[in-house]
Design a protein around this ligand. Structure first.
Ligand code: BMA
Length: 319
Protein backbone atom coordinates (compact mmCIF):
# COMPACT_ATOMS: atom_id res chain seq x y z
CA UNK A 1 0.00 0.00 0.00
CA UNK A 2 1.32 3.42 -0.91
CA UNK A 3 0.25 6.36 1.21
CA UNK A 4 -0.87 9.50 -0.58
CA UNK A 5 1.57 12.40 -0.42
CA UNK A 6 -1.46 14.49 0.52
CA UNK A 7 -2.02 12.51 3.74
CA UNK A 8 -3.84 13.06 5.94
CA UNK A 9 -6.34 13.91 3.21
CA UNK A 10 -9.01 15.09 5.68
CA UNK A 11 -8.61 16.48 9.16
CA UNK A 12 -10.83 18.29 11.63
CA UNK A 13 -9.77 21.57 10.01
CA UNK A 14 -11.63 20.56 6.81
CA UNK A 15 -15.00 20.19 8.55
CA UNK A 16 -17.14 23.31 8.10
CA UNK A 17 -19.23 24.48 11.04
CA UNK A 18 -22.93 23.64 10.88
CA UNK A 19 -24.30 25.59 13.83
CA UNK A 20 -25.37 24.83 16.42
CA UNK A 21 -24.35 21.15 16.53
CA UNK A 22 -21.15 21.22 14.52
CA UNK A 23 -18.58 23.74 15.60
CA UNK A 24 -14.80 23.33 15.68
CA UNK A 25 -15.07 19.50 15.70
CA UNK A 26 -12.64 17.14 17.43
CA UNK A 27 -12.02 14.58 14.71
CA UNK A 28 -13.08 12.97 11.44
CA UNK A 29 -12.30 9.32 10.65
CA UNK A 30 -13.43 5.86 9.42
CA UNK A 31 -15.28 6.97 6.24
CA UNK A 32 -17.36 4.94 3.82
CA UNK A 33 -16.46 5.51 0.15
CA UNK A 34 -18.20 5.23 -3.22
CA UNK A 35 -17.75 6.57 -6.74
CA UNK A 36 -20.98 7.84 -8.32
CA UNK A 37 -21.03 9.45 -11.77
CA UNK A 38 -17.28 10.12 -11.65
CA UNK A 39 -17.55 11.82 -8.27
CA UNK A 40 -15.70 10.36 -5.32
CA UNK A 41 -17.81 10.49 -2.17
CA UNK A 42 -16.83 9.88 1.42
CA UNK A 43 -19.42 9.49 4.14
CA UNK A 44 -17.55 10.83 7.14
CA UNK A 45 -17.70 9.95 10.80
CA UNK A 46 -17.41 13.37 12.41
CA UNK A 47 -17.01 13.70 16.16
CA UNK A 48 -18.01 16.89 17.89
CA UNK A 49 -16.50 18.26 21.07
CA UNK A 50 -19.62 17.02 22.87
CA UNK A 51 -18.51 13.56 21.66
CA UNK A 52 -21.55 13.28 19.46
CA UNK A 53 -20.98 11.37 16.24
CA UNK A 54 -22.49 12.64 12.99
CA UNK A 55 -22.37 11.75 9.32
CA UNK A 56 -21.26 14.39 6.81
CA UNK A 57 -20.45 14.09 3.11
CA UNK A 58 -17.21 14.95 1.33
CA UNK A 59 -16.85 15.01 -2.46
CA UNK A 60 -13.96 15.09 -4.88
CA UNK A 61 -13.14 14.97 -8.59
CA UNK A 62 -9.81 13.21 -8.15
CA UNK A 63 -10.24 11.00 -5.07
CA UNK A 64 -7.56 12.93 -3.19
CA UNK A 65 -8.74 16.49 -2.64
CA UNK A 66 -12.12 16.54 -0.88
CA UNK A 67 -14.62 19.29 -0.09
CA UNK A 68 -16.92 18.70 2.87
CA UNK A 69 -20.54 19.75 2.47
CA UNK A 70 -21.82 21.99 5.28
CA UNK A 71 -24.72 19.75 6.32
CA UNK A 72 -25.41 16.87 8.68
CA UNK A 73 -26.80 13.74 7.03
CA UNK A 74 -29.57 12.35 9.19
CA UNK A 75 -31.04 8.88 8.68
CA UNK A 76 -34.79 9.19 8.23
CA UNK A 77 -36.69 6.70 10.38
CA UNK A 78 -33.96 6.07 12.93
CA UNK A 79 -35.84 7.96 15.64
CA UNK A 80 -38.67 5.45 15.40
CA UNK A 81 -36.80 2.29 16.35
CA UNK A 82 -37.67 2.70 20.04
CA UNK A 83 -34.14 2.37 21.41
CA UNK A 84 -31.85 5.05 22.78
CA UNK A 85 -28.98 5.44 20.31
CA UNK A 86 -25.82 7.13 21.57
CA UNK A 87 -23.72 7.00 18.40
CA UNK A 88 -23.96 5.88 14.82
CA UNK A 89 -20.58 5.29 13.23
CA UNK A 90 -18.25 3.51 10.79
CA UNK A 91 -20.49 3.56 7.67
CA UNK A 92 -19.62 1.09 4.88
CA UNK A 93 -21.05 1.82 1.43
CA UNK A 94 -22.15 -0.74 -1.17
CA UNK A 95 -23.90 -0.04 -4.44
CA UNK A 96 -26.50 -2.59 -5.53
CA UNK A 97 -28.29 -1.56 -8.74
CA UNK A 98 -29.12 2.13 -8.55
CA UNK A 99 -29.07 2.31 -4.77
CA UNK A 100 -26.27 2.83 -2.30
CA UNK A 101 -26.63 0.93 0.97
CA UNK A 102 -25.00 2.14 4.14
CA UNK A 103 -24.27 -0.41 6.83
CA UNK A 104 -23.45 1.36 10.08
CA UNK A 105 -22.81 0.53 13.71
CA UNK A 106 -24.97 2.00 16.44
CA UNK A 107 -24.13 2.12 20.14
CA UNK A 108 -27.47 1.73 21.91
CA UNK A 109 -28.70 1.20 25.44
CA UNK A 110 -28.67 -2.58 24.78
CA UNK A 111 -25.27 -2.77 23.08
CA UNK A 112 -23.86 -2.33 19.58
CA UNK A 113 -26.22 -3.06 16.68
CA UNK A 114 -25.99 -2.92 12.88
CA UNK A 115 -28.32 -0.71 10.90
CA UNK A 116 -28.81 -0.41 7.15
CA UNK A 117 -29.87 2.76 5.33
CA UNK A 118 -30.33 3.44 1.65
CA UNK A 119 -29.88 6.43 -0.61
CA UNK A 120 -29.86 7.25 -4.32
CA UNK A 121 -27.77 10.41 -4.20
CA UNK A 122 -26.98 11.24 -0.56
CA UNK A 123 -29.66 13.93 -0.52
CA UNK A 124 -31.80 11.69 1.68
CA UNK A 125 -30.79 8.67 3.76
CA UNK A 126 -33.62 6.30 4.65
CA UNK A 127 -33.49 3.55 7.28
CA UNK A 128 -34.05 0.07 5.80
CA UNK A 129 -33.53 -2.08 8.87
CA UNK A 130 -32.09 -2.19 12.34
CA UNK A 131 -30.95 -5.47 13.82
CA UNK A 132 -32.22 -6.04 17.34
CA UNK A 133 -30.94 -9.39 18.50
CA UNK A 134 -27.21 -9.58 17.77
CA UNK A 135 -24.42 -7.46 19.30
CA UNK A 136 -22.38 -6.93 16.16
CA UNK A 137 -20.14 -4.42 14.36
CA UNK A 138 -18.15 -3.99 11.13
CA UNK A 139 -21.01 -5.01 8.83
CA UNK A 140 -20.34 -4.92 5.08
CA UNK A 141 -22.75 -5.83 2.29
CA UNK A 142 -21.61 -7.74 -0.79
CA UNK A 143 -22.26 -5.80 -4.02
CA UNK A 144 -24.50 -8.50 -5.47
CA UNK A 145 -26.99 -11.11 -4.37
CA UNK A 146 -26.23 -14.83 -4.29
CA UNK A 147 -29.17 -17.06 -5.31
CA UNK A 148 -31.46 -14.11 -4.65
CA UNK A 149 -30.11 -13.55 -1.14
CA UNK A 150 -28.25 -10.53 0.18
CA UNK A 151 -25.03 -11.40 1.95
CA UNK A 152 -22.98 -9.53 4.48
CA UNK A 153 -19.91 -10.03 6.61
CA UNK A 154 -20.11 -8.92 10.20
CA UNK A 155 -18.24 -9.27 13.45
CA UNK A 156 -20.31 -10.38 16.44
CA UNK A 157 -19.10 -8.85 19.70
CA UNK A 158 -18.64 -11.79 22.04
CA UNK A 159 -15.59 -10.79 24.06
CA UNK A 160 -15.54 -8.22 26.84
CA UNK A 161 -12.23 -6.39 27.27
CA UNK A 162 -11.00 -5.22 30.69
CA UNK A 163 -12.21 -1.76 29.67
CA UNK A 164 -15.77 -3.11 29.38
CA UNK A 165 -15.76 -2.68 25.60
CA UNK A 166 -17.35 -5.56 23.68
CA UNK A 167 -15.30 -6.84 20.75
CA UNK A 168 -14.76 -10.04 18.81
CA UNK A 169 -12.31 -12.31 17.06
CA UNK A 170 -14.41 -13.84 14.27
CA UNK A 171 -15.92 -12.57 11.04
CA UNK A 172 -19.12 -14.39 10.06
CA UNK A 173 -21.26 -14.52 6.91
CA UNK A 174 -24.94 -13.62 7.23
CA UNK A 175 -27.69 -13.72 4.63
CA UNK A 176 -31.07 -12.10 4.17
CA UNK A 177 -33.99 -12.17 1.72
CA UNK A 178 -35.02 -8.59 2.34
CA UNK A 179 -32.15 -6.76 4.13
CA UNK A 180 -34.31 -6.81 7.26
CA UNK A 181 -34.13 -10.32 8.75
CA UNK A 182 -30.55 -11.62 8.89
CA UNK A 183 -29.30 -15.08 9.84
CA UNK A 184 -25.71 -16.12 10.42
CA UNK A 185 -24.66 -18.77 7.89
CA UNK A 186 -21.24 -19.61 9.30
CA UNK A 187 -17.77 -18.52 10.33
CA UNK A 188 -15.49 -17.00 7.72
CA UNK A 189 -12.31 -16.46 9.71
CA UNK A 190 -10.94 -16.20 13.23
CA UNK A 191 -8.33 -13.98 14.84
CA UNK A 192 -4.80 -15.39 15.04
CA UNK A 193 -3.74 -15.33 18.65
CA UNK A 194 -0.22 -13.93 19.20
CA UNK A 195 0.03 -12.46 15.68
CA UNK A 196 -0.96 -9.10 14.16
CA UNK A 197 -4.67 -9.95 13.82
CA UNK A 198 -5.81 -11.34 17.17
CA UNK A 199 -9.12 -9.48 17.06
CA UNK A 200 -10.56 -8.88 13.61
CA UNK A 201 -13.35 -7.09 11.77
CA UNK A 202 -14.21 -6.32 8.17
CA UNK A 203 -12.83 -3.23 6.51
CA UNK A 204 -14.53 -1.99 3.33
CA UNK A 205 -17.01 -4.22 1.42
CA UNK A 206 -15.55 -7.16 -0.57
CA UNK A 207 -14.40 -6.71 -4.20
CA UNK A 208 -15.38 -9.23 -6.87
CA UNK A 209 -12.32 -10.52 -8.75
CA UNK A 210 -11.86 -13.51 -11.05
CA UNK A 211 -9.91 -15.21 -8.24
CA UNK A 212 -12.45 -14.67 -5.49
CA UNK A 213 -13.91 -12.02 -3.20
CA UNK A 214 -11.01 -9.83 -2.20
CA UNK A 215 -11.49 -8.43 1.25
CA UNK A 216 -9.49 -6.01 3.39
CA UNK A 217 -10.00 -6.40 7.12
CA UNK A 218 -8.54 -4.88 10.25
CA UNK A 219 -6.65 -6.82 12.84
CA UNK A 220 -5.80 -5.81 16.36
CA UNK A 221 -2.67 -6.94 18.14
CA UNK A 222 -3.53 -6.99 21.83
CA UNK A 223 -0.41 -8.59 23.22
CA UNK A 224 1.42 -5.33 23.69
CA UNK A 225 0.86 -4.25 27.26
CA UNK A 226 0.68 -0.54 26.57
CA UNK A 227 -1.73 -0.26 23.67
CA UNK A 228 -3.69 -2.11 21.04
CA UNK A 229 -2.33 -1.77 17.51
CA UNK A 230 -4.81 -1.68 14.59
CA UNK A 231 -3.50 -2.82 11.22
CA UNK A 232 -4.98 -3.86 7.86
CA UNK A 233 -4.69 -7.19 6.06
CA UNK A 234 -6.18 -8.99 3.11
CA UNK A 235 -8.00 -12.22 2.44
CA UNK A 236 -9.47 -13.95 -0.62
CA UNK A 237 -12.84 -15.68 -0.23
CA UNK A 238 -14.59 -18.19 -2.50
CA UNK A 239 -16.99 -16.48 -4.91
CA UNK A 240 -19.69 -19.14 -4.47
CA UNK A 241 -19.18 -19.73 -0.75
CA UNK A 242 -17.53 -16.81 1.05
CA UNK A 243 -17.19 -18.87 4.25
CA UNK A 244 -14.44 -20.69 2.38
CA UNK A 245 -11.13 -18.80 2.72
CA UNK A 246 -8.95 -19.33 -0.36
CA UNK A 247 -5.94 -17.37 0.88
CA UNK A 248 -5.09 -15.12 3.82
CA UNK A 249 -2.00 -12.94 3.99
CA UNK A 250 0.54 -13.69 6.69
CA UNK A 251 1.65 -10.06 6.97
CA UNK A 252 -0.38 -6.93 7.43
CA UNK A 253 -0.51 -4.60 4.41
CA UNK A 254 -0.77 -1.33 6.34
CA UNK A 255 0.29 -0.54 9.89
CA UNK A 256 0.64 2.65 11.91
CA UNK A 257 3.94 4.28 10.94
CA UNK A 258 3.27 7.92 10.25
CA UNK A 259 2.85 10.39 13.08
CA UNK A 260 -0.83 10.99 12.25
CA UNK A 261 -1.45 7.22 12.58
CA UNK A 262 0.48 6.81 15.81
CA UNK A 263 -0.71 9.87 17.70
CA UNK A 264 -4.28 11.00 18.25
CA UNK A 265 -7.49 10.16 20.08
CA UNK A 266 -6.66 6.45 19.91
CA UNK A 267 -2.96 5.95 19.15
CA UNK A 268 -1.63 3.36 16.70
CA UNK A 269 -4.73 2.88 14.58
CA UNK A 270 -5.17 2.45 10.84
CA UNK A 271 -8.78 1.46 10.21
CA UNK A 272 -9.67 0.94 6.51
CA UNK A 273 -13.37 1.49 5.90
CA UNK A 274 -13.76 2.87 2.36
CA UNK A 275 -12.45 1.51 -0.91
CA UNK A 276 -12.81 2.47 -4.57
CA UNK A 277 -11.82 0.23 -7.47
CA UNK A 278 -11.30 2.19 -10.67
CA UNK A 279 -11.79 -0.47 -13.35
CA UNK A 280 -14.08 -3.46 -13.82
CA UNK A 281 -14.37 -5.72 -16.87
CA UNK A 282 -17.62 -6.19 -18.79
CA UNK A 283 -18.68 -9.05 -16.51
CA UNK A 284 -18.29 -6.95 -13.36
CA UNK A 285 -14.97 -8.34 -12.10
CA UNK A 286 -12.30 -5.89 -10.92
CA UNK A 287 -9.43 -5.74 -13.40
CA UNK A 288 -6.08 -7.03 -12.05
CA UNK A 289 -4.24 -3.81 -12.87
CA UNK A 290 -6.96 -1.51 -11.61
CA UNK A 291 -5.96 1.15 -9.16
CA UNK A 292 -7.52 0.64 -5.72
CA UNK A 293 -7.94 3.56 -3.34
CA UNK A 294 -8.31 2.72 0.32
CA UNK A 295 -9.57 5.35 2.73
CA UNK A 296 -8.82 4.75 6.37
CA UNK A 297 -9.23 6.32 9.76
CA UNK A 298 -5.90 7.24 11.36
CA UNK A 299 -5.66 7.24 15.16
CA UNK A 300 -9.45 7.89 15.33
CA UNK A 301 -8.50 11.47 14.46
CA UNK A 302 -8.13 12.03 10.70
CA UNK A 303 -8.39 10.27 7.33
CA UNK A 304 -5.62 8.78 5.21
CA UNK A 305 -5.56 7.44 1.65
CA UNK A 306 -3.40 4.56 0.48
CA UNK A 307 -3.34 3.07 -3.01
CA UNK A 308 -2.56 -0.34 -4.45
CA UNK A 309 -3.80 -2.59 -7.27
CA UNK A 310 -6.02 -5.66 -7.36
CA UNK A 311 -3.03 -7.77 -8.40
CA UNK A 312 -0.93 -6.57 -5.47
CA UNK A 313 -3.75 -7.25 -3.02
CA UNK A 314 -4.21 -10.79 -4.35
CA UNK A 315 -0.47 -11.39 -4.09
CA UNK A 316 -0.51 -10.14 -0.52
CA UNK A 317 -3.41 -12.49 0.32
CA UNK A 318 -1.48 -15.44 -1.12
CA UNK A 319 1.74 -14.63 0.73
C1 BMA B 1 -12.97 -0.19 16.94
C2 BMA B 1 -14.13 0.65 16.44
C3 BMA B 1 -13.60 1.74 15.51
C4 BMA B 1 -12.39 2.45 16.07
C5 BMA B 1 -11.36 1.46 16.57
C6 BMA B 1 -10.14 2.10 17.21
O1 BMA B 1 -13.41 -1.10 17.88
O2 BMA B 1 -14.79 1.22 17.51
O3 BMA B 1 -14.64 2.66 15.31
O4 BMA B 1 -11.81 3.23 15.06
O5 BMA B 1 -11.98 0.61 17.51
O6 BMA B 1 -10.50 2.87 18.33
Amino acid sequence: MRRSHANPILTRADIPDVPPRVKDVSSVFNPGAIKLDDRYLLLLRVQTRGRETLFMLAESDDGVSFQVQPRILEIEGIDEIGLKIYHIYDPRLTRIGEEVFIVFAADTEVGCRLGIARTLDFERLELVSFQRDLDSRNGVLFPERQDGKYQRLERPNQTRLDSGVMTGDAIVLSESDDLVEWRVVGDVMQGRFHYWDELIGSGPPPIKTREGWLHIYHGVATHFASSNIYQAGVVLLDLDDPTNVIARGTDNILEPREMYEMVGQVPNVVFPSGLIVEEFDDDGYAKPDSLVRVYYGAADTCIGLATTTIRELIEAARR
